[in-house]
Write a protein that binds this ligand. Structure first.
Ligand code: FES
Length: 103
């Protein structure tokens, strides 16, 4: 199922934008050719991830609260103290619109 998030230009490059939809609260992070979307909650102690440090080279995020690191493509844990993945959604850009894909 595709969920329309809005015009791609509503999502500035290299900035985290918090976005609510029927699936919950997510963060959208746009790079030149990719858009990541992940749940705005760290799996460690459930703090928001919206201020996390995005590592564009490794396509990962570091939670600022205790330093857990997650893969933005899969949500998998790359560094403790988190042990469980975060939820990520695939995205699609079509005709200038951004969509989240929920299976
Ligand atoms: S809440 Fe994110 S590492 Fe602890």
């Amino acid at each position: 199922m595709e969920i329309l998030l809005g015009d791609i230009n509503d999502f500035p490059l290299h900035q985290s934008v918090v976005f609510n939809n029927k699936l919950g609260e997510f963060v959208v992070y746009r790079m030149e050719n990719r858009v990541f979307m992940f749940e705005n909650m760290c799996s460690h102690e459930k703090y928001p991830l919206q201020d996390g440090i995005i590592q564009e080279d490794s396509e990962s995020i570091i939670c600022i609260h205790h330093g857990a690191q997650f893969d933005l493509n899969t949500g998998s844990v790359q560094s403790l103290p988190a042990t469980r993945p975060i939820k990520v959604l695939k995205t699609l850009i079509r005709n200038g619109k951004l969509y989240a894909i929920d299976k």
